[in-house]
Every structure is written in structure tokens, then in C-alpha cells.
Ligand binder design. Structure first.
Ligand code: PEP
Ligand code: MN
Length: 444
């Protein structure tokens, strides 16, 4: 790797970064984080990379999901359990429909920083710096709250560590119960046009699990233990850098704050700091691909990020919007084909479908999310490429942030339980329904 160091990004244009008032304090905090143990290990990272390579070939399917931004306040056992529960149930629905292994990757344990379209926010005539996520500053609307504080990175590392500790403990046994019928909340199916189909699918999953349990003469170890990987946007480069480690006995550097860091759409400039940082680490890298992506830009990104054409290294996460995907995705599939590189294609049907209601509330329509996904499956099938996974913003709780779904949430319902500080998430029912609707498509 030529001329790369964990801090070589500092010589490039770094957009979306906090400017800390006290640079010495920043360096002190970074040095402290750099001494703390890693959150994940290089062998887990390598295992995920091989699994993503399989997803790229259609032999497995990636389910990536979680909050747009985690908040420190939501580091609670009920919220974490609810998120894992919905991801697990969606994954079982997908395994059942697709007949292939599902790779579960949570947007958790580090998704604390947000890119912002505007650097400032104005309320009632007062303008303050934008909230950039709990890793950077605070959500309250006072000038003190909005000052970037490097100690929040330490708090973020600690929140990530306790979240991951709980995920690992649950994944190692406590989840067995989630296979039980009472843990599948299918009330919404009564109102769905295809409600009977949904119940049938879930019953058939329960039957399969019961059958395996009987055959095994008790609990099945493979049902009790589930793998969860973590991911977050590699946005706050100081935080990522402090957790970038050279691993003994392995070639190269790893970001050990998460298994799968991704580059957001706003920070994907080929000559920018985020691409510079990511090119030097050996993790699999997600790259968000939006409507502005060009053939030349994408080719440059693949050259920089994937010079050795390592399968599983790059997940291209397209987020075009239901109205644009038919026009914009095919040329990019063609571009990648011309480069001869191997990528894992993933559909993010959320970020191209954000709209604002008449009351000024950010929302997304269930039907547009589903439409982008269905088109993504069709386009890849038609072009002979493979859709290897899906990327959702979701929560296990009963929020009202996206409209539509079997309950028919309307814009007027959004006020009831709108908890996201940033993008609107699918709630438990909408998430499960989405998985039920796409599961068979993933079989291709
Ligand atoms: C996100 O995933 O929350 C996000 C900001 O996405 P994008 O970079 O695709 O807009
Ligand atoms: Mn988002």
C-alpha cells in the first residue's frame, strides 16, 4: 500500500468533520482510545469478508439494518434486544424464502455520527451549528450543546463496547427463545392483503425449527447461536483512525471498531479523505452509490479501494430512489462489468425515497421502499448480475416514522411516535412485512 498511514487522510480534503475548539484535548482523547482494546477482531472481519464474497456470488444474502443514527440514550437493553429480534426474525424469513444463508449485519455499536446536508440549523431566527450525531456534539438547541467535544468519542467507544458486549451475550444463547411463536407479533397480518400468506410462512418457519429440535433431541446448537456483525458509516475519521490497528501475524491494518465500515454518499470523493482512509484498511468496505455517481468516478473508486480485486472487499450499496433506479442502475452495472472487478451489490431502498410531508416531517413510503427493492431484484436479474443483499433503516419498536404498510400509517399518524432525530425508520411490523414480501425474490 503506497504512502498510506492511518492518518494520511489528514493530508486530503476531509468533508463533514467536526472542528474541535481544543486540538490538544482532541489528541489526548484519540491517544486514550488508541490504547483501549479493539471492539472486534481481525478474524471476525475476515470471516465477514468471505461471507460477503459469497453474497456477491448469490450463495448467501446480506441483511444490513438498524437506526439511521444510534443515540447514546438508546443504549438500553430493551431497545437493543428489540432491534436484534427484528433482524433475527427478518433473517429467518429470508432464509426460508431464499433458501440460502443470511448474513446479519447491524447498523449498531458505532453508528453515532451523521453527515449533514447543512452545516447549520435555524430555529425561530436563531442559527446554530448542525447536530452531527452523539459522537460529535449534542442534540439540544443551545450553542453549548453544539460545540464539538472530543470526549464524546470516548463515550461513543464505551457505548459501542457495552452494546457489543450485550449483542455477543444474546447471540450466544439468549436468542433461542425468539424462535417461539409468542415472539412473532403478527397482529398486523390481519389487516394485510396477503395476511394469510404471512401467517403461513411464519408457521412453516416454526414447524421447521420444531422439526429440527426434535431430530436433534433437544435444543439445536445451530439455532441457539447466531452471528451478528456490526457496521457504521466511517464518517468521523479521527474516531476510526484511533481504532485502526496493525494486527500481529496478519498483513496490514484493520479498523477494529466495526466489521463493516461504509463510505457515505456525501464523502465518497475519489480524492477525498474518506476514500484515502478506507483504501488502507483490510475490512470489507461499503460504498453508497447515489444518483450522482458517474462511470468514471465509480471506476476510480474501485481502482483505489479494490486494486487487488479481492472478492467480498467491496459492497456497492445503491440508493437511487424508486423513480430513478431503472434509469440509473443499469449503466453502473455495466461500468463495473467493464472494470472486470468483483463486487457485492446491495440495495438501500431508504435513502433515495425520503420525502417531506405537508407538515414538514421527513418520511418514507412503504410502497416506494418496496418498489425500489423489487426493481433492484429485476434489474440485476435482467442484467445477469446478482443482488447480494439489502440495507434498511429500521427499529424493533413501534414507532411511526415511515408511512404505509399493512396498518396503513398515514402522514397524520407520524406525530404519535416519531422518535428518530434523523431519518425515518421502518417499525417492527413494517420491517417484518418487508422481509415477507421480498423473501422469495432473494432466492434468485
Ligand atoms: C445513511 O446511511 O444514513 C446515509 C446518510 O446514507 P447516504 O450516505 O447513502 O445518504
Ligand atoms: Mn440515514
Amino acid at each position: 500500500m503506497t504512502d498510506w498511514t492511518p492518518n494520511s487522510w489528514r493530508n486530503k480534503q476531509a468533508t463533514q468533520q467536526a472542528v474541535y475548539p481544543d486540538p490538544d484535548e482532541l489528541e489526548r482523547v484519540l491517544a486514550e482510545i488508541a490504547q483501549l482494546p479493539p471492539l472486534v477482531t481481525s478474524w471476525e472481519v475476515e470471516a465477514l469478508k468471505s461471507k460477503l464474497a459469497r453474497a456477491g456470488r448469490g450463495e448467501a444474502f446480506l441483511l444490513q439494518g438498524g437506526d439511521c443514527a444510534e443515540s447514546f440514550d438508546d443504549c438500553r437493553s430493551d431497545a437493543i434486544t428489540a432491534k436484534l429480534k427484528i433482524l433475527l426474525q427478518m433473517s429467518l424469513v429470508l432464509v426460508h424464502g431464499a433458501r440460502k444463508p443470511v448474513i446479519r449485519v447491524a447498523r449498531m455499536a458505532g453508528q453515532y455520527a451523521k453527515p449533514r446536508s447543512r452545516d447549520s440549523e435555524t430555529r425561530d431566527g436563531e442559527t446554530l451549528p448542525a447536530y452531527r450525531g452523539d459522537l460529535v456534539n449534542r442534540h439540544g438547541f443551545t450553542s453549548d450543546d453544539r460545540i464539538p467535544n472530543p470526549n464524546l468519542m470516548l463515550r461513543g467507544y464505551e457505548r459501542a463496547a457495552v452494546t457489543l458486549n450485550f449483542i455477543r451475550a444474546l447471540a450466544d444463547g439468549g436468542f433461542a427463545d425468539l424462535h417461539h411463536p409468542e415472539n412473532w407479533d403478527l397482529d398486523f397480518a390481519k389487516q394485510a392483503a396477503r395476511g394469510e400468506d404471512y401467517e403461513q410462512i411464519v408457521n412453516s418457519i416454526r414447524d421447521a425449527i420444531d422439526f429440527l429440535r426434535v431430530v436433534a433431541g433437544g435444543a439445536m446448537p445451530s439455532l441457539q447461536r447466531v452471528d451478528f456483525y456490526t457496521s457504521h458509516e466511517a464518517l468521523a475519521l479521527n474516531y476510526e483512525m484511533a481504532q485502526t490497528r496493525k494486527v500481529p501475524n496478519r498483513r496490514g491494518w484493520y479498523n477494529l471498531s466495526t466489521h463493516l465500515p461504509w463510505i457515505g454518499m456525501r464523502t465518497a470523493a475519489a480524492d477525498g479523505a474518506h476514500v484515502e482512509y478506507c483504501r488502507g484498511i483490510r475490512n470489507p468496505i461499503g460504498v453508497k452509490v447515489g444518483p450522482g455517481m458517474t462511470a468514471q468516478w465509480l471506476t476510480e473508486l474501485l481502482d483505489l479501494l479494490c486494486p487487488d480485486d479481492e472478492p467480498g472487499r467491496i459492497a456497492l450499496i445503491h440508493r437511487m430512489g424508486a423513480e430513478n433506479i431503472a434509469e440509473l442502475l443499469p449503466p453502473l452495472i455495466e461500468t463495473v462489468r467493464k472494470t472486470g472487478k468483483t463486487v457485492t451489490w446491495v440495495s438501500d431502498p431508504m435513502h433515495g425515497n425520503t420525502e417531506t410531508t405537508e407538515d414538514g416531517i421527513k418520511t418514507r413510503h412503504f410502497d416506494n421502499i418496496l418498489s425500489e427493492l423489487e426493481q433492484a431484484f429485476d434489474i440485476h436479474a435482467k442484467m445477469g448480475s446478482t443482488l447480494g443483499g439489502v440495507h434498511f433503516e429500521l427499529t424493533g419498536e413501534n414507532v411511526t416514522e415511515c408511512v404505509g404498510g399493512a396498518r396503513g400509517l398515514e402522514p397524520a399518524d407520524l406525530g404519535r411516535a416519531y422518535l428518530s432525530r434523523v431519518d425515518p425508520r421502518l417499525n417492527y411490523e413494517q420491517s417484518l412485512e418487508m422481509a415477507l414480501l421480498i423473501a422469495r425474490r432473494a432466492a434468485r
